[in-house]
Design a protein around this ligand. Structure first.
Ligand code: ADP
Ligand code: MG
Length: 533
């Protein structure tokens, strides 16, 4: 790469772009060519070939025309002369400025001491030049300007400093732009943070990708914003989505068109985030891909809300559906109940069979109530609470599922507390809770069979009943989601994913709670607590 021309030079050259020769300590003149490099652009001109008078006249007119501020100060710190650019910056005419103490009149108060010191250093011969210093000045209109100064001592024939020549460039505007730029960069970073928007640049030449700070943050990686090999970047993507994203990247490079893709990233702590990515391909002169730029937005929250909305929509359609189903069920149910009632009254039955008929009648009543509840799927049921014996409810359920347990080779153990206080609860709802839990327990037990233990007990002001099985158990991930509506690990025909959601709702509305203990491969225990008051 070509070496750039240095912006500033500490040689005693008036201006690197002016092509005006000046003395060097070697007694030669140097001309610098602004287009060339430092080494090849210095043309050494023997000093004796230039007419001194014409040289000093040229320098004087250069000073006069210079856009830089040029001020010559005498030993007493007073302005001896200044150029039009200086007059303009100071807002003062030449005659008025000459003879004024430079520091007292034009240097910002807070900088006077240090500015005077630099001046003294030049006069005392301690230094030949000030080196570039930024010293603000205040002009006659009271405006402060940031000036970058260089100063040199002007010496007499014997080498004694006689005056100081200050050359300054107004950098107020430049500094303001720099400040604004920093501010806008900062604003941009903040905006990206708020929008959870990151960016990346992929460099074809070295197969590396550079990620912005916010992207590094979204991806939860310890990789800093330095470029990383593309392979390393791919590893941050969720394994299930990785191939799809890589294929999409390849396809977009092949077609030269950017891509839009949604994928998940897997953070080191196991958290998943969903991001939306859009990219654009930059081509070289021969239309070959050179770079790819992409933006990545964290849409995890939006996704969650969308999912919830979808659930809500599903629920609402279920609500409508269940209302029509409930209507359809009620009519035949009424018929069945009538037949049962008639059988009970008109047909002579054994006592045990009478009990079965009674149970069938009360179960049809329960179905009728359930269908009514299906009708009001969303509105909380305001069914009547009454004193309830949990042991009795569990016994009734056991009778109902008796046959199914036998078919599934499941042994049922009842460990009920002998004395159990009553709870105030809606009987059908508690039956539904127990039935859902037992149903899940049965479904978790493999075909070879197993065991379910029903337990009741009370402690402090709570009554507990638990359903334990020695079935499949659950993974940690499943356990976290079981109370979510529509969460199911069963096939479409077997599970709705609503059982535990409804169960939880009922228990909550009774002021109780559900605890789950489950180990993968070692069975599950659900314990329901209900307040006794
Ligand atoms: P469904 O039974 O229709 O799937 P549920 O809400 O009743 O819906 O249960 C949600 C999920 O919880 C089940 O799909 C299953 O993965 C898990 N689960 C519930 N009970 C048990 C249990 N006793 N053993 C193992 N997993 C269970
Ligand atoms: Mg279920």
């Amino acid at each position: 790469m070509k070496k750039a021309v240095p912006k500033k030079s500490n040689h005693k050259i008036l201006d690197s772009t002016s092509n005006v020769p000046t003395d060097t300590s070697a007694g030669q003149s140097v001309m610098e060519n602004s287009a060339g490099t430092e080494a090849d652009s210095k043309i050494i001109v023997p000093l004796n070939s230039i007419d001194r008078n014409s040289l000093s006249a040229s320098i004087e007119s250069m000073i006069h025309l210079s856009r830089d501020i040029i001020v010559v100060l005498g030993k007493n710190q007073v302005i001896q002369t200044l150029n039009p650019a200086a007059c303009q910056a100071l807002g003062i005419g030449r005659e008025k400025a000459e003879g004024k103490n430079w520091f007292d009149h034009f240097v910002t108060r807070s900088m006077r001491t240090s500015a005077r010191k630099s001046f003294q250093d030049l006069f005392s011969g301690k230094r030949d030049s000030m080196g570039y210093l930024v010293i603000p000045i205040v002009n006659k209109m009271g405006e402060e300007k940031l000036i970058e100064w260089e100063g040199i001592a002007l010496k007499d024939g014997g080498g004694t400093p006689e005056a100081v020549l200050l050359s300054g460039r107004d950098i107020t505007q430049q500094k303001r732009i720099e400040k604004e730029l920093i501010q806008s960069e900062w604003d941009m970073a903040l905006a990206q943070k708020i929008a959870r928007l990151g960016g990346w640049v992929y460099n074809m030449a070295n197969d590396e990708i550079r990620m912005s700070d916010e992207m590094v943050h979204i991806f939860g990686t310890s990789l800093q914003a330095s470029p990383v090999p593309y392979k390393v970047f791919l590893k941050l993507i969720h394994p299930d989505d990785r191939q799809r994203v890589a294929a999409s990247h390849e396809e977009s490079l092949r077609t030269g068109k950017g891509h839009k893709v949604e994928y998940r990233v897997l953070l080191t702590d196991g958290t998943e985030r969903t991001v939306y990515e859009e990219s654009k391909i930059f081509l070289d002169d021969l239309d070959n891909p050179l770079k790819v730029r992409g933006i990545v937005q964290d849409i995890s929250e939006r996704k969650k809300v969308q999912d919830r909305l979808m659930h809500a929509e599903k629920l609402s359609s279920i609500g409508k559906l269940s209302a029509s189903i409930a209507h359809e069920i009620n009519n035949p149910l009424f018929g069945i109940r009538n037949v049962l009632e008639r059988t009970r009254m008109c047909v002579p039955l054994k006592e045990a069979d009478e009990r079965f008929i009674d149970m069938a009648i009360s179960e049809t009543d329960r179905i009728a109530k359930l269908t009514r509840r299906l009708n009001n799927f969303f509105s909380p049921t305001r069914e009547h609470k009454e004193p309830l014996q949990i042991n009795r409810i569990l016994e009734e359920i056991t009778l109902l599922i008796h046959k199914e347990l036998e078919d599934r080779k499941i042994k049922l153990q009842a460990r009920y507390a002998e004395v159990l206080p009553e709870v105030m609860a809606v009987p059908d709802q508690i039956k539904q809770v127990a039935l859902n839990l037992v149903q899940n327990a049965m479904e978790a037990i493999p075909e070879s069979g197993g065991e379910i233990i029903l337990t009741t007990f009370h402690q402090d002001s709570y009554l507990y009943f638990s359903v334990a099985d020695n079935g499949t158990g659950m993974t940690e991930d499943t356990r976290k989601n079981i109370f979510e509506p529509f969460f199911t690990t069963k096939s479409k025909n077997e599970g709705t994913g609503l059982g535990l959601w409804v169960t939880n709702g009922i228990v909550q509305s009774h002021g109780g709670g559900i605890e789950v203990h489950s180990e993968c491969g070692n069975g599950t225990t659900f314990t329901v607590s209900l307040p006794m008051v």
